[in-house]
Design a protein around this ligand. Sequence first.
Ligand code: 0OW
Length: 327
Amino acid sequence: MDKQEAIAKLETLREQLNQFNYEYHVLDKPSVSDQEYDMKMRELKDIEEQYPELITPDSPSQRVGGEPIDAFQKVQHNIPMLSLGNAFNEEELRDFDRRVREGTDATNISYVCELKIDGLAISLRYVEGLLERGATRGDGKTGEDITTNLKTIRSIPLKIKETQPIEVRGEAFMPTKSFQALNEKREQNGEDLFANPRNAAAGSLRQLDPKIAASRNLDIFIYSVGEWEAGELASHSERLAYLKELGFKINPETKTCKSIDEVIEYVQYWTEHRPDLSYEIDGIVIKVDQIDIQDELGFTAKSPRWAIAYKFPAEEAVTKLTDIELS
Ligand SMILES: NC(=O)c1c(N)nc(OC2CCCC2)nc1O[C@@H]1CCC[C@@H]1O
């Protein structure tokens, strides 16, 4: 095939493979068989081998990077990645609602409830639609550039249709079944076991060889926008809808609640149904939906006044209690 044909063929294959990848890893609704996917990937790699100068950063062949790197570079977060204040019971949730209402004259306050994914916070920056940098939260101001490892997470799009610079944030995690399989293999190999999926995800993203990260079946849920000049959407729920439209994986259990009573119902529901999830959560994040009210409430030194994390009781404590009752 000549170069002109190769250029056209590669563009078609990139679009098809990135779409198939999106359907499989973000929508969980594949439209082609694994065999067809593999066949097209083989076709793409053969043409790229013949014309390496035609390889683009959003080519699906670029997900699992080249050689291991020798260290991660430090990166600065222009907008700090904050932590969250905690609430441990219903009364403290109602206190949060009271503080929000005291902080604004607005009366049309609604909340967005999100499962609090127990992973590690990540920042993804896109420039002209291409994934340019992926980083850990670090201490909130300084993180590490782990772009090569984050590109291996299949639910992260390598290219989005937003051409303005945009930074999105989310939680990278290891699904429970992948965690159990990984520890079983490590036990057979006489290696140390990971204590929990969060440590396993963090350990996987700290690998200097992207091939190891790629083998760990990591995933991510995107939950907020960081830097975005064009960001004029008036509510957090609209921003999440736009992120979903861009092809990011948004947690399907996210719900807008009209009152703190509805928030408490959501918290009670997921306290009971937490074991049904295929990943670990350590609580529920509650955010004021209206951006103008978020701006009015602002931040404390380390966390927003317009959000709070309801934390489930620690499980080991519950286990001990059960032991006492049973003994
Ligand atoms: N772990 C989560 O699922 C989660 C979430 N669903 N939403 C947020 O919102 C950010 C943006 C406003 C303040 C925190 N943060 C989350 O996790 C954070 C990352 C760093 C500390 C918390 O774990």
